[in-house]
Design a protein around this ligand. Sequence first.
Ligand code: PAF
Length: 284
Amino acid sequence: MIEVIKHKKELLSKRFEISSPLGFVPTMGNLHEGHIELLRRALQEFDNVVVSIFVNPKQFGPNEDFNKYPRTLEQDVLRIEKELKNYPQKKVTIFAPDSSEEVFDKDNKTKVEVMGLSEILEGAIRPGHFAGVTTVVYQLFKLVNPKKAYFGLKDYQQLIIIQKMVEDLKIPVTIVPVPIVRSDSGLALSSRNQYLTKEQLKKSLILKNTLNQIKTILEGGIQYLESANAEITKKLLDSNWNYLEIRDARTLSKDLSQSKSVVILGVYQFEKTRLLDNIVMDLI
Ligand code: PAF
């Protein structure tokens, strides 16, 4: 069964009616297989799942694609309905507010920001982005009150920041990281992939191939860190890389001296479209 709710009031009374624990999948809509994988994971664990579909203005910078961001609610509902056929006993509530005030009160003046993690990597390029993400995710957690919430590993820094917010604010929710879903060619799925031309799509494999190349070097052990960094320096001669870095997988620190696992994160820019990808690996 599926139900679409547009108003916060309805969601709150629905939440009151459902006494069993909930799984939660927060999204900005324009669902692709990556989102459906989050939904699948939630449906495997919960009888009741809430999916939010809300293009959050607070996480877009003034020159970013907020107005252009694809809004495809009808299509999204059909996609969820199709997946739900595999789970006939389960129920999905879609919270799709049609105005910002359904999430943030009109005179809302509070922001939630995880300091130290929100200003680096993506945050250095998109100032304020992660404060926008944590502010909305916090509000959504308050409205939905889920037992578990599902986030894709593709937005690795987002995942780490949300985990830290949950830990610091002692929010009673478990964050479940879900592996990246890739196209047949290996490109990490993203709503923004549709902005790419055919030529750019072909070239986009540079992202995954480069991350794999760095991973292969590091598979020799941490003593190969210098060689991996030398390779990165060479790659960065191509100015389309926004960044390409090796960080501690848990803290995102540059200091890897205590690291058990690392994440190799990269962002490559095709004109206005920025593609993110990452690989997490254990160090030997
Ligand atoms: O990852 C996303 O789609 C968004 O950042 C999220 C978590 C739904 C918050 O708007």
